[in-house]
Design a binder for this molecule. Structure first.
Ligand code: ZN
Ligand code: ZN
Length: 368
């Protein structure tokens, strides 16, 4: 065999082999993460897509996973469930998307056909739900495999910035659906949001669709409270003294308490503030991820006609939220405080893990 004939074959094989690898941020057991070279994903089922990431971000949930709070995550799993990218490849059964399309990756994967999907409870899809960066590889990688692509991806509308689009993957629908909609925020309401992190801030932005009369932001971090005023908070309270916080809220509400309390932290102490500040007929919408039991003060609550809701985001409001971004009704990119390159992912995690010190809210990671 002529060498000049073999050589292109060898170089093609070498090229393909090199091209089958990608960089990814991998969970390496409790407290450990690594940037590794791993196999690039491929389309397996007809309903799949593979997306090349353009931007991703780090979520508080990723820190919970690294803290060992989510034991279902196996070592070697690529983290991340938020991001935007360009469709690289689709299965034969995908009809809404084609190679080259710019897409938002939803944090929730949904088949669109099962019992729960038919009820718009995509969070509980029998062949999906929150699986990205949890039960399957996630978005903190150069490429990601997306099952049920037709139902789990969204086209990025013209005129929306990349940073704003990333906020649609998770935090905006989470704050809106589990906080604002479950809490039934209505015109003239007094709303208290406990937790001024990205999710609390998303609830702050989206609660303004319904014109509440007051939005009281509560947190331990004075910098975040100051930021929240720029995003629409009418009052802020530092909650280092829980009883003083509760007293202040009754003072601000003519002794009645709030119509809606949104819990966006996930600690017994923050849930406790919420259950103690409700006016009769009030709603407590829990958004926070809880790792420990809370003490429910039912002996005080039973007579007060209150409603307590819980939930995991279904992202069924994503099309509606995209319209509000398109028309400039809200600008979620204001929540982005830091930008990193993907190669500096470990440093990005350090910054996000020290959010108070670093004045961090949402961190964007760029793959370009
Ligand atoms: Zn998230
Ligand atoms: Zn389903």
């Amino acid at each position: 065999m002529c060498w000049s004939f073999v050589s292109p074959i060898i170089s093609k094989l070498f090229f393909e082999r090199r091209n089958s690898k990608m960089k990814a941020l991998v969970y390496a057991g409790p407290g450990k993460k690594e940037l590794r070279e791993v196999e690039k994903p491929r389309v397996v089922k007809d309903s799949d897509a593979v997306v090349r990431l353009v931007k991703t971000t780090i979520c508080g949930t990723d820190l919970h996973i690294l803290g060992g709070d989510v034991p279902a995550v196996k070592e070697g799993t690529i983290l991340g469930h938020e991001g935007i990218g360009i469709v690289e490849e689709v299965g034969a059964g995908v009809s809404n998307f084609k190679g080259g399309d710019k897409v938002i990756i939803s944090c929730v994967t949904s088949c669109g056909k099962c019992h729960y999907c038919k009820k718009s409870l995509y969070a509980h899809c029998e062949d999906g739900g929150w699986i990205l960066g949890h039960l399957i590889n996630g978005t903190q990688a150069e490429y990601v495999h997306i099952p049920h692509a037709d139902n789990s991806l969204y086209h990025v509308p013209q005129g929306i910035s990349d940073d704003a689009a990333v906020m649609i993957s998770d935090i905006l629908p989470t704050g809106f659906e589990v906080g604002v909609l479950s809490g039934q925020v209505s015109p003239g309401d007094v709303v208290a949001i406990v937790g001024a992190g990205p999710i609390g801030m998303s609830a702050l932005l989206t609660s303004q669709f319904y014109s509440p009369s007051k939005i009281i932001m509560i947190d331990l971090d004075d910098n975040r409270l100051e930021e929240s005023k720029k995003f629409g908070a009418t009052e802020t309270i530092n909650s280092r003294d829980a009883q003083a916080t509760i007293d202040k809220i009754f003072e601000l509400t003519d002794g009645r308490g709030v119509d809606v309390a949104i819990e966006a932290v996930g600690y017994p102490a923050t849930f406790d503030i919420c259950q103690r500040i409700l006016s009769p007929g009030g709603h407590l919408a829990n958004v926070g991820v809880h790792g420990k039991p809370v003490e429910l003060q039912l002996q005080d609550l039973w007579i007060r006609n209150v409603t307590i809701t819980t939930g995991l985001v279904s992202t069924n409001t994503t099309p509606l939220l995209l319209k509000t971004l398109e028309t400039g009704k809200i600008k979620p990119e204001v929540l982005v405080t830091h930008q990193f390159k993907f190669d500096d992912m470990i440093e990005a995690y350090e910054t996000f893990a020290n959010a108070a010190k670093e004045h961090a809210l949402k961190i964007i990671i760029d793959f370009q």
